[in-house]
Design a protein around this ligand. Structure first.
Ligand code: ME8
Length: 662
């Protein structure tokens, strides 16, 4: 336990506001929240920062498309990001926006320090620039595509202020050597060291081709390069120029995805060194969640959204899956199948079942009071030892951010308790004094194990662990429990069990996946006029407040309608999809090409009856995957009755395939 609340400052990236969060962003923010809760339970005074990266040409363009000023656009997006984190129970302690005044001042101050110290000069730069990643691509030729996102590069020539990054090759290499834990995991450190050893070119840190940025004082039209701006947000969030007053800088941990490690481990420490400011202690780059072996992105149509999963299975289920299924640091494939399988096996059958079984037995045999253990048998001691050893192991793994290992250990203990109950069979024991005493020992042992597991699980499963804690009659707030004091044999006999609450009801896998996908489709392609999606009272009990999504007017202009391209299509083939009761896979002739489209009409239309039928098709929807099958468009149908029975649109006169609906 640190003396007198040692401070711990951790951050997630400051996310771009030209889109809304998907499971990748949620992953980083969940991990940050787990670490925050864990560190607090270890006695630290923790601040966690997240926020929004609001400048740059992408935002300029997105605001233009939306027909509103940039400031209004980013305010709505920042609200939506903040609201989603609140809704998911992972709010920041400091939510920093790069349009905040303190941030603007901090960026200008950092620049001034770098300039005063001789690390900034004026020059010209012509290069190939990716407007999506906001980065010049070294060694690219005109006409090349961006090596990161694959989109076309643009040739840009500008008068810029340059940062003397080249002066920092040696200081950075020395710094990495002296601080071997600065870049984690090790593979990433080696990558960065070779990159820096290869030589560093000076970096242009202002732009004149962009309007929407933080102005360089007295040097208009120069605005700061988005990465000089964005990285500084970590410092602005905890006081900016007055950082010493709050005492959280330097950051203990920057959590980032591997896509942005170079910015964090090369540019950022170099800017800080140039300004003679303290450098963060660690940058941890995790891997990517992939969908069909590709990084998720909205433009590829393969994003997974957090809210539908939370509505169906609860936030704890999502948190558990993200941390348990992928080794932190490595890439992992996201699959709904794996998510629901883990939910049913580990949460419903594992933890949930152990808790309800134990509580029911105590209720029935000891009138709902924790019994007093009697003489111990070797098997009781073996289990006690296993739980006691797990404490150290789990804490050690949490410290190393080896979340999957920590959870594996906890589930080994849960499985051991299950086995113990099954072999001791307390329910089969009678009412003689000896048998009652044995029952008491077995149930106390199981309940004590559950208490330990629950305390260890709080950082990952805050809602469910709190429910089990209450069930075990523990009145102190679990969030404030000090993990350093956790030991076997602290469960007081005589404690009355608390309220029993639903933990993880089992779900039917196919149905759960279909519901999640249906909610995700609605969120990605909302029905016009429908209310913005929010975490409603969920199918199985998750709860959260509604998101403050940007307000939508109930009337749209003709230009909005014109964005939807609908054409007459003719269905060529139709077949059922194995494992998806509601979906049909269709191929549809839309005049210019044959498209594959999935439609949720399988319960109402026989595939054969559809062949040759002419239907209305939305042809300019981004492609998406439904149950792993690509769908490239949408068939229009009326939704009839309370169950929403789909009725396909049709035409009473002859229409040409491909004709546009206006
Ligand atoms: O890069 N798997 O913002 P961003 C795992 N604004 N993590 C993912 C992911 C995936 N498929 N997709 C995104 C920016 N992430 C800059 C950052 S910081 C000073 C400026 C997570 O909105 C991961 O943490 O593109 C990644 O680094 C971050 O989101 C990128 O968010």
């Amino acid at each position: 336990m640190p003396d007198k609340k040692q401070k711990f400052y951790l951050t997630t990236p400051i996310y771009y506001t030209n889109g809304l969060p998907h499971i990748g962003h949620t992953y980083t923010t969940v991990v940050a929240d787990v670490i925050r809760r864990y560190k607090r339970m270890r006695g630290y005074d923790v601040v966690m920062t997240t926020g929004t990266d609001e400048h740059g040409v992408n935002v300029e363009r997105a605001a233009k498309r939306a027909g509103i000023p940039e400031s209004e656009f980013v305010a709505k997006m920042a609200d939506a990001w903040r609201a989603l984190w609140d809704e998911l129970g992972i709010p920041a302690d400091e939510f920093v926006r790069t349009t905040d005044l303190t941030h603007v001042r901090t960026v200008q101050w950092l620049f001034k320090l770098c300039r005063e110290n001789g690390y900034v000069y004026k020059g010209h730069y012509t290069g190939q620039y990716c407007i999506y990643d906001n980065a010049f691509v070294n060694d690219a030729k005109p006409g090349d595509n961006c090596p990161d996102c694959g989109r076309p590069l643009e040739t840009v020539t500008e008068e810029n202020y340059f940062f003397k990054l080249s002066s920092f090759q040696k200081p950075l290499l020395d710094f990495y050597k002296k601080n071997p834990d600065f870049i984690q995991p090790d593979t990433r450190r080696n990558e960065i060291i070779s990159f820096v050893e290869g030589g560093l070119k000076d970096l242009s840190i202002t732009r004149t081709t962009i309007r929407w940025g933080i102005p360089v004082p007295g040097e208009e039209p120069h605005v700061f390069y988005v990465w000089f701006d964005a990285l500084t947000a970590y410092l602005s969030a905890v006081g900016g120029p007055e950082y010493e007053k709050r005492g959280y800088w330097p950051a203990d941990l920057h959590l980032v995805g591997k896509d942005i490690i170079r910015f964090h481990t090369v540019y950022w420490p170099a800017f800080l060194m140039a300004a003679m400011l303290p450098v963060p202690k660690q940058v941890w780059a995790h891997g990517w969640f992939l969908m069909d072996a590709a990084k998720m992105s909205k433009s590829k149509g393969n994003v997974v959204l957090p809210r539908p999963i939370v509505n169906m299975l609860g936030m704890d289920a999502l948190r558990y899956f993200l941390l348990r299924d992928v080794v932190f640091g490595q890439d992992g494939n996201f699959s709904y199948d794996a998510l629901v399988t883990r939910y049913n096996s580990d949460l419903a059958n594992g933890l949930g079942n152990l808790a309800s079984r134990t509580a029911a037995l105590i209720e029935k045999n000891f009138a709902g009071k924790i019994p007093k253990p009697d003489a111990l048998k070797p098997q009781d001691e073996v289990l006690a030892k296993e739980a006691q050893n797990a404490i150290g192991e789990v804490l050690e793994n949490f410290d190393k951010l080896s979340f999957a290992r920590a959870l594996e250990t906890i589930w080994t203990v849960i499985a051991a308790a299950d086995k113990y109950l099954t072999s001791e069979q307390p329910w089969a024991l009678g009412n003689s004094e000896a048998e009652q005493a044995r029952k008491a020992t077995v149930l106390w042992t199981t309940a004590e194990l559950l208490r330990i597991v629950t305390a260890l699980l709080f950082p990952v499963l805050p809602d469910s662990a709190t429910k089990v804690w209450t069930l075990l009659g523990q009145s102190d707030a679990l969030s404030k429990f000090e993990l350093d004091g956790l030991r076997w044999s602290q469960l007081t006999p005589g404690t009355s069990l608390g309220k029993s609450q639903t933990l993880f009801p089992r779900v039917d896998k196919t149905e759960a996946i279909e519901r999640i996908e249906a909610m995700a489709n609605e969120e990605l392609n909302p029905t016009p006029g429908a209310p913005a999606p929010a975490a409603s009272a969920s199918a199985v009990g998750a709860s959260a407040a509604a998101a403050a999504a940007p307000a939508v007017s109930d009337k749209i202009g003709i230009e909005d309608f014109a964005k939807v391209e609908m054409r007459v299509g003719q269905i060529k083939t139709a077949e059922r999809i194995v494992g998806a009761d509601k979906l049909l896979k269709l191929t549809v002739d839309i005049g210019t090409e044959i498209r594959q489209i999935c439609a949720g009409i399988a319960q109402y239309y026989e595939p054969e009856s559809l062949i040759g039928r002419k239907v209305a098709v939305v042809v300019n929807l981004a492609p998406r995957k439904l149950r792993g099958v690509e769908s490239n468009g949408m068939i229009v149908a009326a939704s009839v009755g309370p169950e929403g029975r789909p009725v396909l649109t049709g035409f009473h006169e002859e229409v040409e395939v491909g004709a546009r609906l206006k």
